[in-house]
Design a protein around this ligand. Structure first.
Ligand code: HEC
Length: 112
């Protein structure tokens, strides 16, 4: 029981720092969500883009934001189903609404 009281102040101090940061960085819209959750792998020159470039051999861009053939179904499937190289995102990380926004962004026309 003693250890609980010892850790409580540490936890509260940590939360005091973490909470405002989350508030400030909350991304807005599909593009903002993509930049936060997907760009570390799917940005230009990042690991997934390099992987997909090799896979498609120049037939289509490795950067998924530059593609015209991405469907909402593929995005939803990839976000929710674990595959080697890409983690699945739980509803506590990305809600169905947020997944839908990202799917709209990637499947949308983005000025094609
Ligand atoms: C940890 C790195 C990583 C993160 C983060 C990540 N992905 Fe991926 N993603 C990959 C890799 C690697 C592949 C290729 C897997 C394969 O084809 O075997 C992939 C494949 C995909 C594909 C399928 C592309 C194709 O042509 O088959 C889609 C769509 C996709 N990711 C969307 C997303 C979205 C949307 C997010 C953000 C919510 C995201 N990914 C976050 C690594 C990542």
């Amino acid at each position: 029981m003693k250890h609980k009281t010892r850790f409580a102040p540490i936890f509260l101090t940590a939360m005091a720092f973490v909470t405002p940061c989350i508030g400030q960085e909350a991304p807005v819209g599909g593009q903002g969500l993509f930049e936060k959750w997907c760009s570390p792998c799917h940005g230009v020159g990042e690991a997934a883009s390099i992987f997909l470039d090799k896979k498609y051999q120049g037939a289509i861009p490795g950067v998924i934001e530059q593609r015209n053939d991405i469907t909402r179904e593929l995005v939803t499937l990839r976000i929710r189903t674990q595959i080697p190289g890409m983690p699945a995102f739980r509803p506590t990380e990305l809600t169905d609404m947020e997944v839908s926004q990202i799917a709209d962004y990637l499947a949308g026309d983005k000025g094609k």
